[in-house]
Each structure stands twice: as structure tokens, then as C-alpha cells.
Design a protein around this ligand. Structure first.
Ligand code: BGC
Length: 353
């Protein structure tokens, strides 16, 4: 015979085992029920009317990032799959960005991080129809180190901004005096030979925006984007400043006959463009000083780009010269066109002063 405490222990262990078994049984039942209820719901959705079925398919087209991963829906026509125009506030923007130039960056790294690009640095969102077709024009000579950073930072930003864009690096051939504004005119003309762009962003190669809400697109008025540069203590150096990064629609650009072709060397051409814009009754649109912050990559002054001593005189006469000097009088020779995954580089002979 067992004594009383022995019996109590046996009873206690048996009860614990029974409670454990009950708990296990209930858990298995609940899990099984929930899985079946999911299946039931999917079944009910698939049995809904064709209209609802189509609507669900359309929602998937407009919200999913990669159309390649869409399930095939045989009864959805092309028109029904039509994409919506991209929103004013693209959903993947992140706001302020960390921008610095100490990390080593290679073109191969940038290529591997931007595999959605088409040759020539072209991109189009797949989830919606871009609001604008934007050609980004970069005047260039011997600045490969800066171009790497520009591409590294800008491609992801432009893609988050859901733009239909292409990058055009306009490389001045030879070692004669640099002509920034003429290179910009050439970029405009060459980009239009390739695609029906309606907006043109003109950017120096060493300027990187610090906030992706600074849209690289066009507005009702010509836009100045680099309004708050670190080089100038994050403020405008003067109210009429229009240098660095700016954008003009095709219509605005043609209204001012493009840019001057005869500013050789550093300075003045951006002031001339400002004069052209205001002489045609347009004003300058700008982002606020926080969104418009940007960093400039520090560098020594380029060779063959000394300050242009004639700039003050030229700026004083923009109104008289702009009708005869501009896109209407542009002449140049294309020396080479290189299509990289990240950009189209067009080497051009711009002539001499
Ligand atoms: C020049 C501009 C230049 C600005 C800021 C002006 O004096 O004419 O071309 O962008 O200074 O450096």
C-alpha cells in the first residue's frame, strides 16, 4: 500500500498531464480552423463576379512594384491594365539625406545598385505613368571623380521621384576655354533627338541634393533647385542667383531662345539666363531653404576655366543679344557618343572664343 503523500503526488502528475494534453488539443484545433478560414476567404474572392475580379487585378497593377511578379489574369485587357499617372507625392521619398564624399564609390558599384536602368541612364517607373519626361543635362570636362558621386546619389533619388528620365553628360572636347551654357544648349538639342522630353534639368556635376523632396522636374515658372548650398552657408548668395541646378520646360526654354553661346570661361552665363527669364515676364520658382539644401564636392578651379572678364559687359546687354544668340544660333560638332548603363556621354567640339 502507498502512503497518502505518495498518492497525492501521483494524482497531481496525472492531472498536469491531462491539462497539458487538453491545451495541445485546443491549440491544434484553433490553428487548423484558422488555416481553413483563410482558404475559405480566398475561395470566396475567386468566386466573385468578373467585375470585382477585374478590379482586384487592376489594384494589383497599380500598387505592386514589379509587374513581372504579377499573376497572369487572362481576362484582363490591355486598356483595363492602364496605369495611373504618378502621384504628386511619390510614396517612396525619404526626405533629408546623408550626403558625403569620403566613401569610396566605383561606377561598377553604382551600376550594380541601379539595375532597373536602360542603356544611356534611362529610367521610367513601372508602377505608374511619370508626370514628366525629364532630360538631365550635365556640362562636363575631366570630372570623372565627381560624376561617380553624382550618379551614385542621383539615380536612386530620381527613381524615387518616379520620373521618366535620361542622363546626358555633355563633354567638351579638347582643352580650350570651357563654355558651360553652350554645353547646356547642346544637351537640350541632343536629348531631343533621342526622346520627346518635355522638361530639362541643367545640373553641375558637383552638386548633390540633400533632400529627395527637391524634385528634379519642371514647374509653371523656371525653377532654381540649388537654393541652399553648403558652399554659400546654406543660403542664396544673392536674390537673382540662378546657378548650380535649374529646370525649364521645353516651352520656357524656347521662350528665352535657350542659353547664351558666347560666355567663355567661368561666370556670368547663369546671370544671363536669369535676365532672359525675367525679360520674358517669367519669375523664378524655388523650393524652401530646407528642402533645397545641397552639397558641393570641393575641388580646385578647373584649368581653362578662368573667370571671364567680359561677363559683366555681356550681362548688361542680355536683352539686346538674346534674340540672336541662343538655341536658334547654336552650332557644334559631335565627336563621340557613348552609351553607358548610367549615362549617355556626348563629346562635342564647341569651337573657341
Ligand atoms: C557669377 C555667377 C556665379 C555666382 C556665384 C557671380 O558673380 O557671375 O556666374 O554663379 O557669382 O558664384
Amino acid at each position: 500500500m502507498r502512503d497518502a503523500p505518495g498518492n497525492f503526488n501521483l494524482l497531481h502528475r496525472t492531472c498536469s498531464l491531462v491539462v497539458l494534453l487538453c491545451f495541445l488539443h485546443i491549440s491544434v484545433t484553433v490553428i487548423y480552423y484558422m488555416r481553413n478560414s483563410d482558404l475559405r476567404q480566398t475561395f470566396v474572392q475567386n468566386q466573385q463576379s468578373p467585375q470585382i475580379h477585374r478590379k482586384l487585378a487592376e489594384q494589383r497593377v497599380t500598387t505592386e512594384e514589379s509587374p513581372q511578379r504579377l499573376p497572369s489574369v487572362s481576362n484582363v485587357t490591355e486598356t483595363e491594365r492602364k496605369l495611373e499617372t504618378c502621384p504628386d507625392n511619390p510614396p517612396r521619398l525619404v526626405g533629408p539625406l546623408r550626403v558625403e564624399f569620403s566613401d569610396p564609390v566605383t561606377l561598377d558599384l553604382v551600376r550594380s545598385e541601379n539595375q532597373a536602368l536602360q542603356p544611356g541612364g534611362r529610367f521610367k517607373p513601372t508602377e505608374c505613368i511619370a508626370q514628366q519626361k525629364v532630360a538631365i543635362i550635365i556640362p562636363f570636362r575631366h570630372r570623372d571623380e565627381h560624376l561617380k558621386y553624382w550618379l551614385y546619389y542621383l539615380h536612386p533619388i530620381l527613381q524615387r521621384q518616379q520620373l521618366d528620365y535620361g542622363i546626358y553628360v555633355i563633354n567638351q572636347d579638347g582643352e580650350d576655354t570651357f563654355n558651360r551654357a553652350k554645353l547646356l544648349n547642346i544637351g537640350y538639342a541632343e536629348a531631343l533627338k533621342e526622346y520627346d522630353y518635355d522638361c530639362f534639368v541643367f545640373s553641375d556635376v558637383d552638386l548633390i541634393p540633400m533632400d529627395d523632396r527637391n524634385f528634379y522636374k519642371c514647374y509653371n515658372q523656371p525653377r532654381h533647385l540649388s537654393v541652399s548650398m553648403d558652399k554659400f552657408g546654406f543660403r542664396l548668395p544673392y536674390a537673382q542667383y540662378f546657378g548650380g541646378v535649374s529646370s525649364l520646360s521645353k516651352e520656357q526654354y524656347l521662350k528665352i531662345n535657350g542659353f547664351p553661346n558666347n560666355y567663355w570661361g567661368w561666370g556670368g552665363e547663369d546671370d544671363d539666363i536669369f535676365n532672359r527669364v525675367s525679360s520674358k515676364g517669367m519669375s523664378i520658382s524655388r523650393p524652401d531653404g530646407v528642402i533645397g539644401r545641397c552639397r558641393m564636392i570641393r575641388h580646385d578651379r578647373d584649368k581653362q576655366n578662368d573667370p571671364n572678364p567680359q561677363r559683366f559687359d555681356r550681362i548688361a546687354h542680355t536683352r539686346e543679344t538674346m534674340a540672336s544668340d541662343g538655341i536658334s544660333s547654336l552650332t557644334y560638332n559631335v565627336v563621340n557618343i557613348e552609351k553607358d548603363q548610367l549615362f549617355t556621354k556626348i563629346t562635342v567640339d564647341v569651337g573657341k572664343p
